[in-house]
Design a protein around this ligand. Structure first.
Ligand SMILES: O=C(O)C1=C[C@@H](OP(=O)(O)O)[C@@H](O)[C@H](O)C1
Ligand SMILES: C=C(OP(=O)(O)O)C(=O)O
Length: 449
């Protein structure tokens, strides 16, 4: 038998020696934190974010808003130093809105939320705001936001590809009004326009014209969070016209918001319970949420586990069997890498559908998952809108991540059951879960229980 060579940039994914039994406290939601930062920055009064996610994507968002003039103070507060109940202890960010000004340069990294949500904010600022980011950010679609903002009155210089880099020449205000966009490549186009719309002179009416619209729970999250700061929103799910969202112009309240745990980042830990026939508890799992990760309760139950929402949080238990699944993931695309990893270890084939837009995520996730699982001996094929996964006996090897946090966690899931899997650049998990390697080893050793 040949040994897999060890390389310093490679993280040997730990193998589970038995059934895991752990309680894992998952940091705050990326999607909630970044929406809350934008809404608090556009509000008419200061607000608080408690238990925000501190990761590359959210720090880039905070830094960008600061560059436009917003005050964001990071504090480790105790309940006695700030107003607000028992949840007030721990990390809290105070957001102090201010006049938005350029010139400024914004680094979006490879954060979809930053590259899509901030150009509309920049259009409300005065002065030139330049947007730049990682090489991959130049390839991710932004045309829906650029074209819509132009139609609503903004001046933007770009190179005509409908992508970064670009400069928004903010005029201090934006007319707003009606706009048609095709958001089939990213729901974030819709969310981006809605989040800033209360501050547009006429608000906005966004009409989606494409054939499909991914990640509906994330659009629901946008609508819910807008309403919670006092915005008036008409939308399809509460009696409005299909594919049309309207936001009226209004002042926004500064709120005191406690961020829910990131349920999509809970995925690898739940997967560990499923794969090892163990048990994982995630404290503070919300009873009601718009986060797509809540659908893991249904999906991972169909794949062989069972779960119970208790006072201690979500208790997820594996049965020792892992079943394949035939599932449309269009609503929950960001869960695909973790589901594919579990499916590669199942007792029957899987078909994952409805996720063609994943080709435009952090990397082409359909190609990356196919290549990396197959290099470990798997049998995965790409379809027009997803993956067919036929489980095979897998072997060790290098699992490349393509700077994609969810590829790193997917490889780690496989590594639980397969000796010798090495994750290339596990540090890329810093995009949304900087502490992942420690959390993963703690889960396996039972630390933190
Ligand atoms: O609005 C959001 O917070 C997100 C929307 C989704 O984007 P797409 O609709 O581009 O998939 C999701 O995949 C991403 O991780 C976060
Ligand atoms: C698609 C994702 O991120 P982004 O916000 O950069 O689009 C993701 O986190 O899976």
């Amino acid at each position: 038998m040949t040994e897999t060579p060890v390389h310093p940039a490679l993280w040997p994914a730990p193998v589970a020696s038995g059934a895991v039994d752990a309680t894992v406290t998952v940091p705050g939601s990326k999607s909630v934190t970044n929406r809350a930062l934008v809404l608090a920055s556009l509000a008419a009064e200061p607000g608080w974010l408690r238990r925000p996610l501190r990761s590359r994507d959210t720090l880039l968002m905070a830094e960008a808003l600061r560059a436009l003039g917003v005050g964001i103070e990071e504090t480790v507060s105790s309940s006695s130093s700030v107003a607000g109940g028992p949840d007030a202890s721990g990390e809290a960010w105070r957001v102090i809105p201010a006049g938005l000004h350029g010139p400024a340069t914004i680094d979006v990294g490879n954060a979809g939320t930053v590259m899509r949500f901030l150009p509309p904010v920049a259009a409300l600022a005065d002065g030139p705001i330049r947007f730049d980011g990682d090489p991959r950010s130049y390839e991710r679609p932004l045309n829906g936001v650029i074209d819509a903002l132009r139609a609503l009155g903004a001046r933007i210089d770009d190179d005509g590809r409908g992508a970064l880099p670009l400069t928004v020449h903010g005029g201090g205000a934006l007319d707003g009004g009606r706009v048609r966009i095709d958001a089939s490549s990213s729901s974030q186009f819709v969310s981006a326009l809605l989040l800033s719309a209360p501050r547009f002179n006429q608000g906005v009416e966004v009409r989606h014209t494409g054939a499909t619209l991914p990640s509906m729970p994330h659009i629901r999250m946008t609508v819910d969070m807008l309403r919670s700061v006092g915005a008036q929103v008409d939308e399809p799910e509460t009696g409005g016209e299909p594919n049309v969202w309207r936001v009226s112009p209004s002042a926004l309240l500064g709120r005191d918001l406690t961020v829910e745990p990131d349920l999509s980042n809970a995925q690898p830990f739940l997967a560990a319970a499923l794969i090892t026939g163990g048990k994982v508890t995630i404290p503070d799992w919300p009873e009601r949420t718009t986060q797509p990760g809540d659908q893991l309760r249904r999906i991972f139950t169909e794949m062989g586990g069972s779960c119970e929402l208790t006072e201690r949080g979500l208790v997820f238990t594996g049965s020792g069997s892992i079943h394949g699944i035939d599932v449309d993931l269009s609503e929950v695309g960001e869960l695909t890498p973790g589901i594919a990893a579990v499916a590669a270890l199942a007792d029957s084939p899987s078909t994952l559908r409805g996720v063609a837009h994943l080709r435009l995520h952090e990397t082409d996730r359909l190609a990356a998952l196919t290549k990396e699982i197959n290099e470990l001996g798997g049998d995965v094929t790409e379809t027009a809108d997803g993956l067919h996964i036929r489980p095979r006996r897998l072997h060790g090897g290098i699992f490349h991540t393509y700077d994609d946090h969810r590829m790193a966690t997917a490889g780690s899931i496989i590594g639980l059951a397969v000796e010798g899997v090495q994750i290339e650049n596990v540090a890329t998990t810093a995009k949304t879960l900087p502490d992942f390697p420690r959390m993963w080893t703690d889960m396996l050793t039972g630390a933190g229980n």
